[in-house]
Design a protein around this ligand. Structure first.
Ligand SMILES: Nc1ncnc2c1ncn2[C@@H]1O[C@H](COP(=O)(O)OP(=O)(O)O)[C@@H](O)[C@H]1O
Ligand SMILES: [Mg+2]
Length: 110
């Protein structure tokens, strides 16, 4: 129920996995738009996007959640979605409608 969660831990301690799974479970429950931020947009594909894609596949919910690769996005059958942006193009962070959750990955970099 916290407004902010700050995950700290060593490499491979499940920070990213934990957040990715939690985000998917929340968006399955409630129609929301979530935003995932990294320092550089292009690094999402092999990290956050890839992880979310893997979890969708592991949960066996490929029919409920579609993973789109250009532009990167996950869209849920209930209207929820996950968008990806990079701080290398901060102007693209403006005017995104209706975001209610933000995951800042590797926030020590930003
Ligand atoms: N609860 C879990 N169940 C299965 N695999 C997990 C779990 N937590 C982490 N992993 C796997 O362990 C690896 C490292 O986790 P990750 O979340 O990337 O760590 P961190 O972000 O803390 O560096 C990833 O490949 C992830 O898929
Ligand atoms: Mg991580």
């Amino acid at each position: 129920n916290q407004k902010f969660q700050f995950l700290v831990g060593g490499y491979g301690s499940s920070k990213s996995y934990h957040i990715a799974l939690k985000l998917i479970l929340k968006l399955l429950e409630e129609k929301r738009t979530a935003l995932v931020i990294r320092e550089v947009y292009d690094t999402h594909r092999e990290s956050t996007f890839s992880l979310l894609q893997e979890i969708v596949s592991d949960l066996g919910i490929d029919h409920v959640v579609k993973c789109r690769s250009s532009p990167l996005a996950l869209t849920f059958r209930n209207g929820s979605s996950i968008l990806f942006k990079g701080l290398d193009k901060p102007e693209k962070l403006k005017s995104i409608n209706n975001i209610s959750m933000i995951w800042i990955e590797e926030c020590s970099e930003v």
